[in-house]
Design a protein around this ligand. Sequence first.
Ligand SMILES: [Zn+2]
Length: 234
Amino acid sequence: MGEISVRQKLEAEAERWLTALQAADQRIGRAAVALDWLLRLTETAESERLSKLTRSQLANLDAEIYAFIEPMAPAGSGARPEPIDRDALMRMALQLRQGITNLADGRPWSFHVTNLRRHLNRPKGSEIIKSGYSAEHWEAAFLMRAADLITKHGARIHRCALKACRRLFVRHKGGLYCSKACSQKERTERMKRALERKGESFSARRHLYYVHTLERQRNKAVASKARRRKKEGR
Ligand SMILES: [Zn+2]
């Protein structure tokens, strides 16, 4: 009886893990989304954001990382792979950030991985071959997968055009800014500059007008002082 409950417990655990993986795959499965997710992951390496993640956020991230690597190897056995700890995640995020930053700024990126296993599989009757990685440590597999995705779609990564921002983002439809907030800020700035220019020329024109009027009035005033005085006197 004890054996059965242990097996049931393991099966239930494997089931939960598979569900978590599928949910994670739903969240980050599309290439553009995955690329964006990678960028956000590199940002966790900044300013101790990682230490602020809640347990459930970390659990989500954990499932997303394994879903990203390709669920094939870990899900094949049904067993839950080693949980990802914050230190390893931080190391990996820093390494990834270095790479993505390098590429965005026109520098090369190379890295070293060890003990990597490649899996290829053609499911029966399928017209596609599935492939994935597994490694003694998830970091190697993760970096390989990240490099594959970046090779294919990474040219869409750009820096935000707002000088005060410069954040890396995945460009959609030629957008220049990382967020609505940044494009709004830039628009406001541009409007302000335009208004200032207009304001300058307006005040310059107004001044010229004032001078001309003054000259005209002075001539007139000289010509017909009495009338002006009469007017003023009213
Ligand atoms: Zn921005």
